[in-house]
Design a protein around this ligand. Structure first.
Ligand SMILES: NC(=O)c1ccc[n+]([C@@H]2O[C@H](COP(=O)([O-])OP(=O)(O)OC[C@H]3O[C@@H](n4cnc5c(N)ncnc54)[C@H](OP(=O)(O)O)[C@@H]3O)[C@@H](O)[C@H]2O)c1
Length: 220
């Protein structure tokens, strides 16, 4: 991997999770381009806090600028994510499905697909990796520890592209977390809301156990 100095992380969404990932990225030497739905001018306070490695842009510009791009928006808006500027790129998907917020999405209600597979279908040539979906935003900047720390917190990823998953694992390691690979995107349900691993601090061994114990909504 290139050194972080030349790398830019684009963020589509700069709310609770997006702002925290931006903080971690800047602290680890990345440039960040953040975006939201209301426009770059509404992000001036966050840009000021993040400092010279950060700028605000439109979602299209953030997608274009990012070597790696994080989509962290309410799931109901996933079709608004720009497709062409993300072609060929690694796209990290933090999104979760909450029908009370997102409205009902029948393919998710009947469990014929998963949230990250929906985003992957919307971004057919991007390499979507599910990550950061099961950690509370505040914990992103409090729970990270250096590599090799005993009982370090682990985060799950899922994805269909092995190289993209390896790159996201390296990012997680830099940010302070071990990684547990949950498998293909279609296995992402194992870490959706109401599964054992969703929310609490888990080591890698604990998270593997939780992923194996996860039950489909229909079986809960
Ligand atoms: N909060 C958590 O602890 C947590 C943990 C893990 C995963 N998640 C998941 O991660 C996602 C983001 O959660 P959050 O808590 O960070 O949400 P949030 O605080 O509500 O922030 C959402 C962000 O997305 C932006 N946005 C909405 N529609 C957009 C669009 N079409 N284009 C660009 N930006 C758009 C919003 O911009 P405006 O404000 O301008 O509308 C806002 O910056 C959700 O799917 C959530 O379920 C959340």
């Amino acid at each position: 991997m290139k050194g972080t100095a030349n790398r830019t992380i684009g963020l589509i969404g700069a709310g609770r999770i997006g702002s925290q990932i931006a903080r971690l990225a800047v602290a680890n030497g990345y440039n960040v381009v953040i975006s939201n739905s209301r426009g770059p001018e509404t992000l001036s306070a966050l840009v000021a806090e993040l400092g010279p490695r950060a700028r605000a842009a439109t979602a299209v510009d953030a997608a274009r600028a990012g070597d790696m791009v994080v989509v962290t928006i309410p799931l109901k808006n996933y079709r608004a994510v720009p497709v062409e500027p993300l072609a060929g790129k690694i796209v990290i998907d933090t999104n979760n499905y909450y029908p009370e917020r997102d409205g009902h999405i029948s393919e998710l209600d009947n469990e014929s697909t998963t949230t990250s597979e929906l985003l992957q279908a919307h971004l057919p040539t991007s390499k979507v990796v599910k990550a950061f979906n099961h950690i509370y935003a505040a914990a992103l900047t409090t729970d990270g520890q250096p590599p090799g720390t005993k009982n370090r917190r682990a985060l799950a990823i899922a994805g269909d592209d092995l190289g993209a998953k390896a790159a996201v694992s390296r990012l997680l390691d830099q940010f302070g977390f071990d990684t547990v690979d949950a498998g293909l995107l279609k296995e992402g349900w194992r870490i959706q809301r109401d599964t054992p691993g969703y929310g609490p601090r888990r080591t890698a061994a604990e998270l593997r156990r939780d992923l194996a114990a996860a039950k489909r909504y229909a079986e809960q």
